[in-house]
Design a protein around this ligand. Structure first.
Ligand SMILES: [Ca+2]
Ligand SMILES: [Ca+2]
Length: 746
């Protein structure tokens, strides 16, 4: 969970919108020019291939060598250019075809042709036996994945309907965004851990989804949020309302947090940060307004109504103490008025009570007051109204810890040495038991480094203690449910793997797996800076941490909290394909995030929603009902749809399927261990993968934008997967830009 609500970004968006609305002439049309594909490779014989041009202006196509010809050499708007090469009798050669238009950056098609003596890399016949050996997992957002009933919201039945898609992608696990009821679209503020979000379907729909997944050899992992609940969780409401409620111990609640902080055992070793504590009012004081025949009246208690009517000056009216815990006054109200409740008529913090949000109070309906709340609005029709204040006996300003936001109060699990006996632990663990007993196979744990502590300060050792107890509890339930192996559980430690602030090593002593954020950060650098060798040495160092801890590296490209892979890689299809090939040839447990396989892009700048755009199945309706219009609408086009990419041999989706297929075919790829290879060429990232029987595969990626040749002493006669293109000739391996190959060495 990384939630930062930035007013700045809202302002920035507004500013940009204003500029585009006012600036520039309405006659300006943005000129566009693009060409696909951007690389072409040919055998030595004369041949030709077609490039597709997408444009709204006139353009020219110019070959950069005399052995290449183009037809036509100019055009206007969308069109096609046939690129032909003469037969090659010499060495391998490369040149560029430039597509140019006035007022737009030129585009290039890089053309390479092999020499007569070279053999191009062509995969051997597939040895797939239909088995899924890899633990590849698909991360999906329930709300925006697939909508089965046309209400615009993704649902369980929608997921159930896509099992064939998961099979084709070769995945054996699904990580679902939180399935519980919540007050937000993303659902990381859970209001009831024991039920499913009714927007997604019924519990029976959820169970049917689990059963369908299991029938396809696919496990279900739930996203479990242990650091905080939602503000609308009944636990929290009761905790706030009543100081003697047993739920008060579920949270960090205090009237003086700065001095009480050290009294919470779970916060030992972390630092108090006033900004992580939010104000609330204990006891749910309420205000009710009802028409009455009584005459206007006030009283003489300490409680005041600060009242003002449109066009008139405000004044303080004293409530009468009714002696039964309620306070009241009668006032004639004509038209719009506003009011606030004040204890001891002064302006000190903590003396003012108002509405929690939109402050309109309806006649006859009790409004729960919030400490330091907003103006309460009411419209009267000239009658007398009885204004009654109730439940104020214990009203006091209190604070609760909500390190991510005021709507996500942090959960308190008591003294960690015995937290498994603490009521909140027992409660939330019982909810997890329910889902494990229903068939859930694993959990993804949100924000684990912030559990013991907050955003600014946390305690890794305490987190480890808590997580170990949590894991042991869930794993015992899992085994009691009849499973022979251990339960899968992966923690989100948003950090570099070796950062002393929260080293993965510590968390792997409690959990079977953590997400390897370093993997994607290093990989995106490698692809953008053309450096493969440093990526491999980093990967080997990361692997060592998992090996020593006996842990599983959960690998990923971007996820729902980060700018999209396509965004980070400048929307380069070649780089996105290679990112997929590297993810699926690396050691560990790969996760594919919804939409990455279609080449999605999007940046968090305008809101997290922009990296959570719905799946585009066929270019038609998609599950965008929860995203407030904050979607990358360009991704709705047919080109990005699953349907279109399924029938395109050059699509990103095809690369995901091919490399996932190879990973599932060969045990060394599915579950093997890696040994880094080093070559003199820094653009090359290469490693061996070995299975337990000693069978080896050689993985080679050229992450640069240029052709690279390396000497390879291994047998290169059995390529099993090829991305892009390359050649093999007497111990030399040539890989063109952003090309990859996997050789079977046995
Ligand atoms: Ca739906
Ligand atoms: Ca916490």
């Amino acid at each position: 969970m990384k939630t930062i609500r930035s007013i700045f970004s809202v302002l920035l968006t507004a500013a940009v919108m204003t500029l585009s609305a006012c600036g520039g002439g309405s006659n300006d049309v943005k000129l566009t020019l693009s060409v696909q594909p951007t690389t072409m490779s040919f055998e030595a014989a004369a041949a030709s291939s077609t490039a597709t041009i997408t444009s709204n202006t006139s353009w020219t196509a110019t070959p950069g060598a005399d052995w290449i010809s183009v037809s036509p050499s100019s055009g206007s708007g969308n069109g096609e250019v046939k690129i032909s090469v003469n037969a090659n009798t010499g060495n391998m050669r490369s040149a560029i075809v430039t597509i140019a238009a006035k007022g737009v950056t030129s585009k290039q098609v890089s053309v390479t042709q092999m020499s007569a003596g070279e053999a191009s890399l062509v995969p051997i016949s597939s040895e797939a036996d239909g088995k899924k050996r890899s633990s590849t997992t698909y991360q999906l957002l329930v709300y925006s994945f697939c909508d089965s009933n046309g209400d615009g919201i993704g649902d369980f039945a929608g997921i159930t309907s896509k099992m064939d898609y998961f099979d084709a992608l070769g995945v054996t696990g699904l990580w679902l965004s939180p399935i519980h009821p919540s007050s937000s679209y993303h659902a990381y503020d859970v209001t009831d851990y024991y039920s499913v979000n009714p927007l997604y379907g019924t519990e029976a729909d959820f169970k049917a989804m689990i059963d369908a997944a299991h029938a396809h050899g696919i496990e279900i992992y739930l996203d479990y949020v242990l650091n905080h609940s939602g503000k609308d969780n009944l636990w929290f409401k009761q905790a706030l309302a009543d100081a003697s409620s047993p739920y008060r111990d579920y949270y960090f609640i205090s009237s003086k947090p700065s001095s009480d902080y050290s009294k919470f055992p779970m916060l030992t070793g972390t630092k108090y940060n006033a900004g992580e504590w939010k104000q609330a009012t204990s006891a749910s004081a309420t205000l009710t307004i009802k028409k009455t025949d009584e005459a206007e009246s006030t009283g003489n208690s300490n409680w005041n109504l600060w009242f003002w009517q449109e066009g008139k000056e405000g004044k303080a009216l004293k409530f009468k103490d009714n002696g039964d815990g309620t306070y009241s006054l009668v006032k004639k109200i004509s038209g719009n008025c506003g009011m606030l409740v004040r204890k001891y008529l002064n302006w000190d913090a903590g003396s003012k009570y108002g509405a929690a949000g939109n402050g309109t109070i309806k006649e006859g309906e009790a409004l729960t007051l919030a400490a330091d709340g907003y103006n309460i609005n009411f419209t009267g029709n000239g009658s007398n109204y009885r204004i009654e204040l109730a439940n104020v006996s214990g009203a006091e300003t209190i604070y609760y810890m909500g390190c991510f936001s005021d709507w996500m109060p942090d959960l308190n699990y008591g003294d960690l040495s015995t937290c498994e006996t603490y009521p909140s632990f027992i409660d939330i663990a019982a909810s997890a038991d329910k889902w494990i007993n229903m068939g859930v196979d694993g959990l993804r744990l949100d924000a684990v480094k912030h559990i013991c502590g907050g955003i600014s300060s946390w305690n890794n050792a305490s987190n480890k203690t808590f997580l170990k107890k949590w894991y042991d509890h869930c794993n015992a339930t899992y085994k009691a449910a009849g499973h022979s192996g251990d339960m899968f559980m992966v923690g989100e430690v948003f950090n570099e793997y070796n950062d002393s602030g929260a080293p993965y090593k510590t968390y792997l002593e409690a959990l079977p797996s953590v997400f390897d954020f370093s993997f994607w950060w290093r990989l995106s650098e490698a692809l953008n800076k053309y450096n493969g060798s440093s990526f491999v040495s980093n990967l080997a160092a990361q692997e060592k941490v998992y090996d020593e801890a006996g842990g599983i590296a959960s690998l990923k490209l971007s996820n729902h909290d980060e700018d999209r892979t396509g965004e980070v890689l400048d929307k380069s299809a070649a780089k996105e394909k290679q990112a997929a090939a590297i993810l699926l040839t690396a050691p560990g447990k790969p996760f594919i995030y919804q939409g990455e396989e279609l080449g999605y892009y999007g940046s968090k700048g305008g809101g997290d929603e922009y990296v959570r755009t719905p799946m585009n199945w066929n270019g038609g309706a998609w599950a965008d009902g929860q995203l407030s219009g904050k979607i990358v609408s360009e991704l709705k086009g047919k080109a990005y749809s699953v349907d279109a990419q399924d029938s395109d041999a050059n699509s990103i989706l095809k690369v995901y399927k091919d490399f996932s297929g190879v990973r599932n075919t060969y045990p060394a790829m599915a579950e093997g261990s890696m040994t880094a290879c080093s070559f003199a060429e820094s653009a090359i990232a290469a490693w061996y993968m070995s299975d337990s029987a000693g069978n080896r595969m050689l993985v080679v990626h050229n992450v640069s934008n240029a052709t690279k040749t390396i000497k390879v002493s291994d047998d290169m006669s059995k390529p099993v997967a090829v991305l892009g293109s390359g050649t093999v000739s007497s111990g030399n391996l040539t890989l063109f830009a952003n090309s990859s190959v996997v050789f079977k060495l046995y």
